[in-house]
Structures are given as structure tokens and as C-alpha cells.
Design a protein around this ligand. Structure first.
Ligand code: DQA
Length: 143
């Protein structure tokens, strides 16, 4: 199986973000742990990150066209990007939303995810394990 892992804004700067919330690792370390977990499950993953909404929408269009399953951490776009939600809704394959932190245990503006309603499921609050669990879930639900 081949899958696309899409990370949204500010995730490339994890080393500079709140370590008590996101964990003590860099984006490169996160990416290499995702690659390692994917390999163990025989999933070929391509991991991408962008701070730009249009770029992420383009990647979701690509996933639709190529029928690639998607694991996405939309980061702050989670809470307000209807454009990303609409693009996700079009993806015909499996889709999992992940978060390093548990947005429901944080500020109120993070309690809304406009993406959750158009994905197969959401995994949040487990740091790097959120991604590992998402990869496992992808194998289980793969369409
Ligand atoms: C996040 C949670 C979002 O609320 C936040 O804006 C992020 C990261 C997470 O992985 O915990 O940038 O998606």
C-alpha cells in the first residue's frame, strides 16, 4: 500500500514549539519515526509538510486523482479551513486525521475540527504514536 502523510502549518518547526504540548522531537525525527513505522507495516509513505493551504489542497487533489489513502494533520487549518475539508471530502480512499496533542483538552477554538466529519476517523493526543496508530488503522480500513 502507498499512502500520503500530509502535515500542515508550523509542524516543520516542532523543535521551536511548545514541547510540553507537542513533545520533545524535531520534525525530521517525527518523519523518520513515521517512515520506520510504515516500513514495519509494509506501507510506502510519502511525507509532506506545508504552511500553505493551497498547496495542501493541491496534494489532496493529487491523492484523489491517484487514489492514495491519506493521513493528515491539518494543524491549525483543522479548526477553520472549509477548503481543506471540501478537498478531503473528495478523496475516495481511506482518510485519517491525526494530531500530536489532544485539541479537545486545549483552548476552545481547538475544540472544533471542520475536517473530522469527512474522514474515517481521528487519532489525537498520543504524540508520535498518533501517526503510528493511524498507519495501523489505515491497514485495517484500507478501501
Ligand atoms: C495540532 C493541533 C492544532 O490545534 C495546532 O494548531 C497544531 C498542531 C496537533 O498536532 O496537535 O498546529 O494539529
Amino acid at each position: 500500500m502507498k499512502a500520503l502523510v500530509i502535515n500542515g502549518p508550523n509542524l516543520s518547526r516542532l523543535d521551536l514549539r511548545e514541547k510540553n504540548i507537542y513533545g520533545n522531537f524535531t520534525y525530521e525525527e517525527l518523519s523518520s519515526e513515521i517512515q520506520k513505522a510504515a516500513k514495519e507495516l509494509s506501507i510506502e509513505v510519502e511525507i509532506r509538510q506545508s504552511d500553505d493551504e493551497a498547496t495542501i489542497i493541491g496534494w489532496l487533489h493529487e491523492a484523489s486523482d491517484k487514489k492514495l489513502p491519506v493521513i493528515i494533520n491539518p494543524a491549525a487549518f483543522t479548526h477553520y479551513s472549509y477548503a481543506i475539508r471540501d478537498a478531503l471530502a473528495m478523496v475516495p480512499t481511506s482518510k485519517i486525521e491525526v494530531h500530536l496533542s489532544n485539541p479537545l483538552a486545549r483552548e476552545e477554538f481547538r475544540h472544533t475540527s471542520v475536517a473530522s466529519g469527512v474522514v474515517d476517523g481521528t487519532i489525537a493526543g498520543f504524540g508520535i504514536d498518533s501517526y503510528r496508530l493511524a498507519l495501523r488503522a489505515l491497514v485495517g480500513i484500507s478501501k
